[in-house]
Design a protein around this ligand. Structure first.
Ligand SMILES: Cc1cc2nc3c(=O)[nH]c(=O)nc-3n(C[C@H](O)[C@H](O)[C@H](O)COP(=O)(O)O)c2cc1C
Length: 221
């Protein structure tokens, strides 16, 4: 490779073109999952290992990952997830723009095939939040899993796998708990259908300009 083709490294030594592509093209993958290709467990463990570098409040590291690749359990979880379809259809009626309407349409497609996904990953927190109405406790508690979940999803994407962050099954938390054999004090926080993607050329999506959502030195300054 000639010098002119060498990737330009940031001051911190990162190839920004690659890092920015990863951060801007990790999409919710619903229609382009390869439902037939198995996902090796060691790939999932690599991604979980990377996710463990994420922050947690009080350094609690109370994350737990329940990974389901048993067809019977996946089917049961898929059926539980699909019970949320009326909720989804109700929300779809008030989609605020075409992009959001598409999201609901694709979410419906995923809901119908959830149980066929190669792997269902349920990130959990060990321990229950005792005062869910305390803002500081709630943000510290649930804020301790979602950075790790996103790192996990980015790690998947970098390895040719895709996922979608979903929460719909939490409306039926107790039924899912029984399928997962979870102890009472372990809380589910999401369900990620995971599989290899069909193709890897995912694109950036439209988002508002950062200037329109950023407030310098206070809301009204
Ligand atoms: C808190 C949260 C809950 C979500 N719940 C669901 C869900 O239940 N089902 C689903 O299909 N997608 C769900 N999503 C995914 C979003 O709908 C997704 O980010 C949106 O479709 C935008 O797609 P993109 O990430 O590819 O831009 C959820 C995302 C977040 C952050």
């Amino acid at each position: 490779m000639s010098e002119t083709n060498a990737p330009s490294l940031s001051e911190a030594g990162f190839d920004l073109a690659t890092v920015d592509r990863l951060l801007s093209t990790t999409r919710a993958v619903r229609r382009r999952l390869d439902y037939d290709r198995p996902v090796p467990r060691d790939v999932l463990l690599d991604c979980i290992r990377l996710s463990q570098q994420a922050p947690t409040g009080t350094n609690a590291q109370h994350w737990r990952w329940v990974v389901i690749d048993d067809p019977g359990k996946k089917k049961a979880l898929g059926e539980i997830y699909a019970r949320g379809l009326p909720m989804l259809d109700e929300s779809a009626k008030t989609a605020r723009d075409a992009q959001t309407a598409d999201v609901y349409r694709h979410a419906r497609t995923l809901a119908e095939r959830m149980g066929e996904t190669p792997v269902l990953v349920i990130p959990c927190l060990e321990g229950r939040l005792e005062a869910p109405d305390s803002l500081v406790l709630a943000t510290t508690w649930y804020g301790s899993i979602y950075p790790a979940v996103w790192s996990f999803q980015l790690a998947l994407r970098s390895r040719g796998l895709g996922s979608t962050f979903t929460t719909m099954h939490l409306a039926f938390e107790e039924d899912a708990r029984r399928v997962l054999d979870l102890p009472e004090d372990v809380v589910q926080t999401a369900m990620l259908p995971v599989g290899y993607t069909l193709g890897t050329d995912f694109k950036r999506t439209e988002r508002p300009a950062p200037e329109t959502i950023t407030h310098w030195n206070g809301w009204n300054a």
